[in-house]
Design a protein around this ligand. Sequence first.
Ligand SMILES: N[C@@H](CCC(=O)N[C@@H](CS)C(=O)NCC(=O)O)C(=O)O
Length: 204
Amino acid sequence: MQLIGYMDSPYVRRVGVTAQFLEIPYEHRELSIFRDYDEFRKINPLVKVPTLICDDGQILVDSTLIIDYLESLAGGQRLMPSDEANYIRALNVIGTSLIAMEKAVQMIYELKHRPEEVQHQPWLDRIQEQLIEATTLMEQSVGDGSAWLFASEITQADISTAITWRFLQLHFPQIVTEAAHPGLVKFSAMAEALPEFQACPISL
Ligand SMILES: N[C@@H](CCC(=O)N[C@@H](CS)C(=O)NCC(=O)O)C(=O)O
């Protein structure tokens, strides 16, 4: 099984870290959707990361779907709370972090891949506002950041939140500041210290 994409993509990293927690081995292949476009296209014409090449050669995209598949490989072991109320809360937190990732990626594409003369400031303002709102919700979820969201067990909600914060700090530390998000700073440090996170370092 091959996981394609750099860990600088939060979507790739959440798949990588999840595979580590589930103890599912994979070969990691660093290909860029921009710099390696032609090579990537030959493997997956959708040119999206993460791309997972399964052992039977089938190709999967979308981090949430890939995680679903990994959990099936792990005998149905899920990094989710088992009781219903907490399960719904975990889905809510994961959804929020996925929106934060999406808005940050949209901002990067607007600012780095669209020429300045055709950038649309009202759209940028809107994405930035959504990003800030999502990060505020993430901060509220982690509280003071000293414990996992659902007591002792780490869940996908913790993984996705921590990965999102690290990604935001790489790209937008002036917009979503450490000073305004002390809980996330502490929470992220706790997560990044784990071997499963350290096995998926971000290479820039
Ligand atoms: N919903 C997808 C989003 C993945 C995504 O947008 N990845 C970005 C890189 S961070 C990408 O492939 N961009 C290239 C493109 O959209 O064409 C997921 O969860 O995997």
